[in-house]
Ligand binder design. Structure first.
Ligand SMILES: Nc1nc2c(ncn2[C@@H]2O[C@H](COP(=O)(O)OP(=O)(O)OP(=O)(O)O)[C@@H](O)[C@H]2O)c(=O)[nH]1
Ligand SMILES: [Mg+2]
Length: 244
């Protein structure tokens, strides 16, 4: 590590994750260091996830909850979470699914890579040592195809641009124009990394193994895939992606 440990906030977006949220927070708890926090961003889940988040926040000093009134997709939920994490003084801001597709045990490796100098760390399925378990042929094809399509247009040199297990240094989020990002699904993951790259930040991929969720239901949809397909070429044209 270069310098002292950096305070991290893990943003956990939730929509109907009643079966997963408490398990996830309990799994993350022993991995946190002094000052690290978990921020649950719940979009008024009908299954009551928000109430469980409130109970956990009462019980555990390192848990915060951001309640949003309407389900707007992952992108807007993360943007609200990032603002809150930055306002609370986080030096590192992490993104992570709350369905155990991302292994909580990998969090310290993401943080370590940032502390060793990366500006953005991507948990990557498609670098040596990474992978996907449980997925059928169709999901694998969509994911690999999405990575190849993205690289074809954007040339970021990133093997897994649609992944959602990430760590940003606060300076990155302060620099890229978050307010200009309107993407909701995979396109949000691609756009944040693209803006960071275009602004000259150092993006590093570290291998992760992604497992299909065991509990609860996926919110992946055709609309999310289509959004990424039309937004990626537009990013190329976006002048706003440059550093101001
Ligand atoms: N706050 C909020 N969270 C969301 C929203 N959509 C998805 N999430 C959460 O984002 C994380 C990832 O969503 P998933 O449903 O697992 O979707 P996915 O990971 O893209 O797709 P799968 O791989 O099929 O599970 C989970 O923790 C969800 O609860 C949303 O609109 N608002
Ligand atoms: Mg998932």
């Amino acid at each position: 590590m270069i310098g002292p440990a950096l305070r991290a906030t893990i943003c956990l977006p939730t929509y109907n994750e009643l079966a997963n949220l408490e398990r996830m927070i309990r799994a993350l708890q022993p991995l946190l260091r002094d000052g690290d926090r978990i921020l649950v961003v719940d979009d008024d889940s009908p299954d009551g996830t928000g109430a469980v988040a409130d109970r956990l926040a009462q019980e555990l000093a390192f848990v915060d909850v951001l309640h949003r009134p309407v389900k707007e997709g992952l992108g807007p939920a993360y943007l609200a979470g990032f603002q809150r994490a930055l306002a609370d003084g986080a030096e590192l801001v992490l993104e992570m699914d709350c369905d155990f597709s991302h292994d909580p045990a990998d969090v310290p490796r993401l943080i370590a890579a940032a502390e060793e100098g990366a500006d953005v760390v991507l948990g990557s399925r498609y670098v040596p040592g990474g992978g996907v378990t449980d997925w059928g042929v169709l999901r694998r094809a969509i994911s690999r195809g999405g990575s190849i399509y993205t690289e074809l247009f954007l040339r970021m040199g990133v093997k897994d641009p649609t992944g959602g297990f990430k760590c940003f240094r606060r300076h990155v989020l302060e620099t890229i124009d978050l307010a200009a990002i309107t993407a909701k699904g995979y396109a949000f993951q691609i756009e944040t990394t693209y803006r960071a790259k275009r602004a000259g930040f150092r993006v590093v991929e570290i291998p992760i193994t992604f497992s299909d969720r065991e509990l609860g239901h996926s919110k992946m949809s055709r609309a999310i895939v289509l959004e990424a397909i039309w937004r990626v070429p537009l990013l190329l044209a976006s002048k706003h992606a440059r550093r101001h």
